[in-house]
Structure formats: C-alpha cells, structure tokens
Design a protein. Sequence first.
Length: 161
Amino acid sequence: MFTLSQEKPDDWWEIEALYDLSFAPGRTLLSSYRLRDDVPPVAELCRIARDENGILGGAIRYWPVRIGGWQALLLGPVAVHPTAQGEGLGAALIRDTVERARALEWTRILLVGDEPYYRRFGFRKLEGVVMPPPTNPERVLGLELRPGAWEGVTGEVTRNA
C-alpha cells in the first residue's frame, strides 16, 4: 500500500536516485531537461509515493513551460521503483496530479512519451507543438484540462523563465 504526498525538500536526493535508477544514464542531457534548467518545478504538483515503511516507490514532477504565448505544464519525469512497477502506482501519480492541476486552474499538460501508455489518461499527439531537438515529434503529447485548451496552440516549447 502506497500513500501519495507532497514532495518535500528533504526528498530531493532520494527522488533523484529513483530517477537515476529508472532512466538511462545521461537522462539530464535530454532536451526536456533544457526546459527545466534554472526553473523551479510547480511544487504543488510534485508528488511522491511511499509505502508503509516509508520507502519511496514513485515520484512525479511538473514544470511550467511556454508555447508561443501560451502557458502549459510539462509533465515529467514520472518514475516508479522497479520493485513497485505493475501495481498501478505510476497511473495513480498521474491521475492524482492531473486532478490537482485542474483544481489549480491549469489548462493544458504537455509531455514526451509513448502515446499507447498515456492515451488512457486522455493524452493525444499534438500537431504544431515543437519540443527542442532531438525530440521525436510523434512522442509530443498533450492533455486538455479544459475543453479546447490545445486549440490554436502551436509553436516551439520554451522555458518559462
């Protein structure tokens, strides 16, 4: 059984270790990390999952970005410890934070990922939204938190500096 809670500053190193374990070496060299450089995450949407022994099982973070004149949330990274995978923890983190983002009146979420996995949460491939290279455009996905939130939103994704 896992409990979801707000990420705290003391969780930082443990979360970074989970991300290192979950993703390939050099993860911070990915283009999506350039959008996070020197930009604080949206703290209210940075969530963790701990088991009854206090062991970290998963983590998710969001970052503010801009697409032309529009604001969006960049979801990621989201990771689940290998020993907890397949238990629905990643889905729980995503669903929890999507509802929190909606309650905080964000209108759209962007991510780079596999559409077959993220489609169940309502994410769809975006046309005309360009992540920094070398991102595969087929993996640029968006979710509307309000109807029509992605209509007319096009351009390059940039840091929200």
